[in-house]
Ligand binder design. Sequence first.
Ligand code: C2E
Ligand code: CA
Ligand code: CA
Length: 424
Amino acid sequence: MAFTQFDRPILATMHGALIAFGMMMVWLAYRGRLTVAAVLAAHILPLFVAFACLFDNVPDGMHRATHLHFLAVALGSYFIFRRDGIYLKYGVSSLCLVAFVVFSNVSVAFHDPALVIPAWAAEVGIWTNTLTALAGLVFIALIMNADLSARRMMDIEMRKAIAKADFQLHYQPQINEAGEVVGAEALIRWQHARMGIIPPDKFIPFAEETGLIVPIGNWVLRAACAQLAQWEARPETRHLTMAVNVSASQFRQPDFVQTVSEIVRISGVTPSKLKMELTESMFVENVGTTVAKMDALKEIGIIWSLDDFGTGYSSLSVLNSFPLGQIKIDKSFVCGMLSDASNMVVTEAIIDLASKLNLQVVAEGVETDEQFHRLRETGCRIYQGYLFSPPLDVDAFGELLALKRTGSEPLSRHLSKLPTPDFV
Ligand code: C2E
Ligand code: CA
Ligand code: CA
């Protein structure tokens, strides 16, 4: 408003655009698109600051302060993107620091009085910019400190949980065409004394970063094998297979093959009933070592499954370069296959290719009858998803098997009779 009154339409437009941009960020954050908002902010804010510096023509004897905002953006973007790739983590913050140095030492700015900030506003601006940039830096430092404390707490809590084995496995049934349960995927939950049941998405990424996933993963494998051994001991559950998720850092351990072989041997389970799920990201580096490890465990009978297929960036050659026995079509394809023709084409192509390569296909995230029928028509033979059952604790899973044995209705119809799972 003030800039319009003082005949500075460009400056007024710039401030209007900044307000609109801020509102867009709030809207994106409200819609849960935090990553998009962060990436946009990290690219657009430095441009705004650079532009503002050009219009910031301070009176003689004073120094401009607009460029101080580069420091806040640099620190903020480094913090937000600290777990991302090199460009986002270092690129954006380095550019901001370079811009800070340039605008500190070179007096690049417009000098046309019709463009630049009026003298009275420039003086106010110096103080406002210094204080707001400083407030930004303090705010980010406080958030960084709070994050550090939270991570330290999480680390302590997780180490305690590992020592006390405060974890639980839930089992999501895998169903064949006839609606019979042929196996289960073991999915971990953390039973926290205060916070209740914590889902894997909330702690597995942290465990991966800190390396704590290795003892957790070994616990999962031991618990899953113990359960599989119990199933094998009873005629009515002898046929069941067990799928276990393996994280990248767990797989990278030099003694991974030895540890897994040992756990499987001690449990006494038939290794071919165990399916170990890897994701595409693990196939990008150290191909030779990866294949050697997979071969060694395949040798004793363990089946390798490729999880979340289609979501990574690896090429289709992964399917015949690695000793896989199964692929799992990611739930995003299953979810979108009926509404999006290209999703359907991709799903059909994956199933076709897998059958030609002799790979078993499991469709994940099957939620509706239509998806189930379409997948069956397309040639997929094993299904997993809320249509049949969410992951269940061992008792509820046992009940489901019992219901399935006695009942003749489709599995999904029995769900209302089962206890509610912890979260879905
Ligand atoms: P995932 O391996 O892709 O597991 C499937 C996830 O999809 C599970 O979430 C399951 O509850 C959910 N799901 C199953 N059916 C449906 C459906 O019909 N619709 C939708 N929208 N979702 C469905 P959960 O249990 O929260 O696990 C999330 C992820 O955490 C897993 O994804 C896996 O990557 C990881 N995870 C779980 N347990 C372990 C573990 O023991 N070790 C490791 N390394 N990762 C684990
Ligand atoms: Ca999985
Ligand atoms: Ca999956």
